[in-house]
Design a protein around this ligand. Sequence first.
Ligand code: TYD
Ligand code: MG
Length: 487
Amino acid sequence: MAKRETQFVCQQCGAAHSKWAGRCDACGGWNTLVEEAVATGPANSLAKSGGSKGKGRRLEFTGLQGDSREIPRRVTGIAEFDRVCGGGMVPGSALLVGGDPGIGKSTVLLQALAALAAGKSGKTYRSAYISGEESLDQVRLRAVRLGVESAPVELAASNSIRDIAAALDHAGGAEIVVIDSIQTMYLDTLDSAPGSVSQVRACAQELIGLAKNRGFCLVLVGHVTKEGVIAGPRVLEHMVDTVLYFEGERGHQFRIMRAVKNRYGPTDEIGVFEMTDRGLAEVPNPSALFLADRRNQVTGAAVFAGMEGTRPVLVEIQALVAPTSYGTPRRAVVGWDGNRLAMVLAVLEARCGLQIGARDIYLNVAGGLRISEPAADLAVAAALVSALTLEPMPADTVVFGEIGLSGEVRPVGQAEARLKEAAKLGFGTAITPARRTLRQAQGRTGAGKPSEPDSIALRELAHLRQLVAMFEDTAPRPARVLGPAAS
Ligand code: TYD
Ligand code: MG
């Protein structure tokens, strides 16, 4: 009897092992190896049937120049969604949407499909929604709730790639296809269970090949693991053209769609949505929304003029400094990087003489946004100093700038766009890196002389000490503030 060949495949990185082990040698993941049958696909047979000298057609090489046309795009008419896709979906491309369960992936994609089918952008597209997770009734109920049940979306519930391929592989088929989700699909030529590395990889490969052949836009929904990456092999992200992450804090109604990879457009672009009882609503002006609940004269709050991709976004950064009740002071950060906070605290302590390190510190980015820009350093420092001195920041002031380890305030990119957005929202003052360095920075990149909006006054800082001094000027109690921490 012929022995059936199996191998043990890591469900995290896709590495194949001949023996089971508790830990994957390649990625170090624990208990991730699963036994799967060795696939005897065309790759094996090509090597066996005479290798490169087989029946392959000789390739024609061409130059880089050619009459390349503008990429045609299929626009949904939901501006926030089109923006993250780089201006619309490209025919024949594959897009992967990842996100926590219940964040709204199925909702936003059903809305996008309905918009495409109903011609929200002025042109109608044949769109198909294939659900492997929910029954037809569940999807229909959601459509009613979203108020899009009259849109001519073609709906099917299936898990079999063979059936799906048969439905899609003909001329005049769908132009946009959503597969919800790739982890529930299976290919009957493989032995492993749906959701395993080899199934996910094979199903995605099959669908992507079909999309390229038939020219439809393929949208795959992918689950994310506890660690926040798309479940299944990392190769899935390499196979598709665009990867979008849909994120948001559970308790907040804001949802942010972020492009982390895009072969047809810029990454770092975000789309902002709000979850309502009738689905996801676009938020064309996120700054106004993020600042909506802001109150004046609050200590420990500073407005940061940030950038998300090409779009300026103003958010409030809140800090609380409290006496510590344990041996080690607590640090709790929501929406920002804890290491970066530690650095700002160390600089405040070592370079500006503030006694802040021995207290509990809580930092929060209001509205559930997650910031990764170093340009937020100065705003964080302002919120911290305000919380420590119990002096509120002036209400009409925005802050941005990076802080170096010696306490110098360093220039950041796109200062002009940040200032414009702040002026648009009625802010009168901006605390920024010193303009001389601003100019130099822009001169280096060839952007020329910066042109700040006239309606906003700049307070330029070269060193973090100047920021601390601004609070001391207004605070009549420096002795208490700068004295030793409660002893
Ligand atoms: P869903 O799209 O099913 O999430 P995913 O596909 O990412 O798992 O979103 C479900 C959540 O959205 C659920 O918690 C309910 C909420 N929701 C609304 O608040 N309003 C709505 O109109 C809809 C359709 C869903
Ligand atoms: Mg879903």
